[in-house]
Write a protein that binds this ligand. Structure first.
Ligand SMILES: CC(C)=CCC/C(C)=C/CC/C(C)=C/CC/C(C)=C/COP(=O)(O)OP(=O)(O)O
Length: 406
């Protein structure tokens, strides 16, 4: 996973776009309220959790990480305000630069090399993602590269050429190294860039640890009993990326929605992307003996692992897939509510990546739900066409764009 933190090539056909924009326009305050109700429900559930810890769903547990990350952002922005005030006071005092600041400056050259290396990795492994980062400010771009490289390396541990040698204790060592990075003791250049990033932006260590947990899960598990288990996996391997990225992308100062709801929307995009990825790759995963689908829902649809390994598209399969696609789309809908709250430079690449991934679901439908032997992909023309759409939505908003176009 995660070769795309952000992508900028995607795009619907004209008909698709109309449906898409229609969908966007019809989302109203009612749906925002629905989301808010959901948050309230979750916080209520979270307090109930204390009394009975075993009754918590994965969604509730993950939401605690969202709250923690949001609290960290708020705390940091308060600290920043304080620092700004102090800096202004210092400037007015015209005091000499402190030693620590001089040290920072002399290390800057090396740090730049570290960030450049991260950029090279991105350019090499994720060209479109790299292109998307070009739209951000230099500081943010560098930080996103450093996070990307760490995610890529983590993923490579279980998915790369040496994956068969990876043991849980190797993942433990990787986690120890992560702690060192967050404590300012980087092991190599890529770590140094991340270490610098996490001091500059309010990024919590928990999503990083959780991504490693996702890799552990992948080592020991190849079946998911229900959606709750699958949700947790999706959070570990993709929702975490969203929680790591938003502190760097930044929330628009003029945004009126709560920090928690932006993080929740980001989380929804990570989940939606991963669910889509899973639905696209059913055949490929089955060939590796893996089924990332809720077993109870398969059984309810009258299906079993054997049907998947047989790789035949039947009506039962089509019906099952319709339900799975519907659920993934709901997560995309939820994510869309939060994009407008991101800082202006981050909106365009996020919209573009969202449109791209969302359209993979349309492609699965267009393939008559044959995700066993046909790979669903978004064609070049659609990708190119989607850029101005994403740009339009990012800059004038989905509602105004719909009015303009229809
Ligand atoms: C919506 C708001 C408020 C913020 C956006 C926050 C972000 C950036 C969310 C995106 C998180 C993300 C990119 C998760 C990874 C998703 C994923 C399934 C990646 C798949 O990567 P690969 O497996 O390499 O994909 P391909 O196989 O398609 O290349």
């Amino acid at each position: 996973m995660s070769s795309v933190l952000l992508r900028v090539c995607c795009g619907p056909t004209i008909e698709d776009t109309n449906t898409l924009l229609g969908g966007l326009a019809s989302r109203s305050t009612a749906s925002i309220e629905r989301t808010q109700r959901r948050f309230k429900g979750i916080s209520f559930a979270a307090s109930a959790v204390v009394a009975n810890p075993t009754s918590r769903t994965s969604e509730e547990k993950v939401y605690e990480v969202v709250l923690k990350q949001a609290a960290l952002v708020k705390e940091r922005s308060r600290d920043e305000d304080e620092k700004k005030k102090k800096k202004i006071a210092l400037d007015l005092d015209n005091k000499p630069i402190e030693d620590a600041v001089v040290d920072d400056l002399s290390n800057g050259g090396l740090l730049n090399v570290a960030y450049d290396r991260c950029g090279e990795v991105c350019a090499e492994y994720a060209k479109t993602f790299y292109l998307g980062t070009q739209l951000m400010t230099q500081e943010r771009r560098k930080a996103i590269w450093a996070i990307y490289v760490w995610c890529r390396r983590t993923d490579e541990l279980v998915d790369g050429p040496n994956a068969s040698y990876i043991t849980p204790s190797a993942l433990d060592r990787w986690e120890q190294r992560l702690t060192d990075v967050f404590q300012g003791r980087p092991f190599d250049m890529y770590d140094a860039a991340l270490s610098d990033t996490v001091t500059k932006y309010p990024v919590d260590i928990q999503p990083f640890k959780d991504m490693i947990e996702g890799m552990r899960m992948d080592l020991r598990k190849s079946r998911y009993n229900n959606f709750d288990e699958l949700y947790l996996y999706c959070y570990y391997v993709a929702g975490t990326v969203a929680l790591m990225s938003v502190p760097v992308m930044g929330i628009a100062p003029e945004s009126k929605v709560s920090t928690e709801s932006v993080y929740n929307a980001a989380l929804a995009l990570g989940i939606a992307n991963q669910l889509t990825n899973i639905l696209r790759d059913v055949g490929e995963d089955a060939r590796r003996g893996r089924v990332y689908l809720p077993q109870d829902e398969l059984a309810q649809a009258g299906l079993s692992d054997d049907d998947i390994f047989r790789m035949k598209v039947t009506d039962k399969w089509r019906n099952f897939m319709k339900g799975q696609i519907k659920r993934a789309r709901k997560f995309f809908d939820e994510a869309e509510e939060g994009v407008a709250a991101l800082s202006s430079a981050s909106r365009f690449p996020v919209w573009a990546s969202l449109l791209l991934y969302r359209q993979i679901l349309d492609a699965i439908e267009a393939n008559d739900y044959n995700n066993f032997t046909k790979r669903a992909y978004v064609g070049k023309a659609k990708k190119v066409f989607s850029l101005p759409v994403a740009y339009g939505i990012a800059h004038i908003g989905p509602h105004k764009l719909t009015k303009l176009l229809l």
